[in-house]
Design a protein. Structure first.
Length: 118
């Protein structure tokens, strides 16, 4: 995947930092009525050149609430990036794109199937 272990460790560190800071900005600074009350950043995946970051979000609520939350977060991405630039000691803050992480829903479906089998 990464030829250089230092590059891998750097990306891992930046992902962790971004996950924590994006969560903080969303909960403290983003005021958008479309956001669900229970929203959690599950994974941040930054490109090797640190120019782009895919942010996966888990949302508790209906499908409409999930869709609206992702729309609201993507709408606020520029604002979030400006806050990150202000708060972090990074040369470049990546462009952010939010995606729905539906792994919890899939896990529940699988568990339900197992329960039906047993």
């Amino acid at each position: 995947m990464f030829k250089d272990t230092r590059t891998y460790e750097r990306i891992k560190s930046v992902n962790s930092l971004l996950k924590r800071e994006i969560s903080t900005v969303i909960f403290e600074d983003v005021k958008d009525h479309r956001l669900a009350d229970i929203t959690s950043i599950t994974v941040v995946d930054t490109s090797k050149d640190l120019q782009f970051a895919k942010v996966y979000v888990s949302v508790l609520g209906s499908q409409d609430k999930k869709t609206n939350t992702i729309k609201g977060l993507n709408s606020a991405a520029g604002f979030i990036k400006r806050r990150l630039r202000k708060n972090l000691q990074l040369r470049n803050v990546p462009n952010i794109k939010f995606f729905l992480d539906d792994s919890i829903d899939k896990n529940e479906e699988i568990q339900s199937l197992f329960d039906k089998i047993n």
